[in-house]
Ligand binder design. Structure first.
Ligand code: TXA
Ligand code: MG
Length: 316
């Protein structure tokens, strides 16, 4: 039977029976399993080849479910939820004992996210269980933004892939935690830091460059297309750049000289297209990609974070 399609009831029943589902969200596709079923969660780690020190995000259909997995919710988390509702934002909250240690890698906090994509929330509501889901890519590789990407990379390791079309946001959720009372951003993502600042009334500290893998989306050589990526400054004058044979050049906005990630330099479009562009480059014969950074504001910061990691090569 075809294992990629739009059958929501089937996807929900796979989740309930301990299987793995390719789950669409507004950010990237997730590799989903029942978060309270340790055997199912273990399958996520082996399908992704993911180290066990890297904890998973638990997805819920609504904030009313949050008490199932978390407790002692910080007032600022509640405030963010009240203002934003379902959004590309993940909250790190004190965990309830019911959440298996495998999900949180033994941490006493659990990452919780209520996705904005309605199809995702319908799936979660129908399954009726909290769902652990990392991005549906092999560990360290580019995250999938279409159902086909999931099929290409994880294929028969997934029991069913629910096709929700291309992801509207295209970069992963922003992760916010309250380690010492005030909000700290652990990963730049779909909700701009500026939005959090506006709601919280102060600018949260951004703590993404630690080498401690408390959020391995922070590991330096992540999102790797497997070939060299060279970063070009935002605002590069491409008319002055000589691009040698064998090198793919990608400007941020459309211009007369080289291809571009976006048409008008809009970061929303840039984020949507980013991972597909890295994937396309990986599939070509080009030996190197010269790609222009986004402006360092709003979603542009999440784009640049991913590009810097893609450009960082593990010592070999
Ligand atoms: O947009 C997203 O967040 C996507 C979709 C599928 O929801 N998910 C995603 O999951 O990006 P993943 O596993 O690729 O990245 C989750 C990040 C990891 O860097 C992990 O370390 C961090 O969240 N994380 C999970 N639980 C945590 C916790 N308890 N404390 C700190 N960081 C945590
Ligand atoms: Mg990931």
């Amino acid at each position: 039977m075809q294992h990629l399609g739009t059958d929501l009831a089937r996807a929900a029943s796979v989740l309930r029976s301990g299987g793995l589902v390719g789950m669409p969200t507004e950010t990237v596709y997730g590799l989903a399993a029942n978060a309270l079923d340790v055997v199912a969660v273990a399958r996520i780690f082996s399908a992704k080849n993911r180290p066990h020190f890297d904890p998973l995000i638990v997805h819920l259909s609504d904030w009313t479910e949050v008490d199932r997995v978390a407790q002692a919710i910080p007032a600022e988390a509640q405030l963010l939820w009240n203002q934003l509702g379902p959004a590309p934002l993940t909250y790190v909250l004190p965990k309830r004992p019911e959440v298996p240690d495998l999900v949180t890698s033994g941490l006493d906090h659990v990452a919780v996210r209520i996705p904005q994509l309605i199809l995702a929330r319908q799936l979660l509501a129908t399954a009726g269980v909290p769902v652990a889901a990392p991005s549906a890519n092999p560990f360290g590789f580019v995250s999938p933004t279409t159902a086909q990407h999931v099929a290409d990379q994880l294929g028969d390791q997934v029991d069913y892939i629910l096709d929700g079309g291309a992801c509207g946001v295209g970069v992963e959720s922003t992760i916010v935690a309250w380690p010492e009372g005030r909000a700290v951003v652990l990963r730049l993502g779909g909700i701009p830091v500026e939005t959090l600042t506006e709601i919280l009334g102060y600018e949260p500290e951004i703590r993404t460059s630690t080498s401690k893998p408390s959020a391995p989306g922070m590991l330096d050589a992540h999102y790797a297309p497997g070939k060299p990526v060279r970063l070009m400054a935002h605002g590069t004058d491409w008319s002055q750049v000589t691009v040698p044979q064998g090198i793919q050049a990608l400007a941020f906005a459309a211009n007369d000289w080289v291809a571009s990630l976006t048409t008008h330099g809009d970061c929303t479009e840039g984020a949507q297209r980013l991972f597909a562009a890295l994937r396309e480059y990986a599939a070509t014969d080009y030996r190197e990609l010269w790609i222009e950074l986004a402006p360092e504001v709003g979603l542009g910061r999440a784009i640049n974070d991913r590009l810097r990691r893609a450009a960082h090569r593990a010592e070999d």
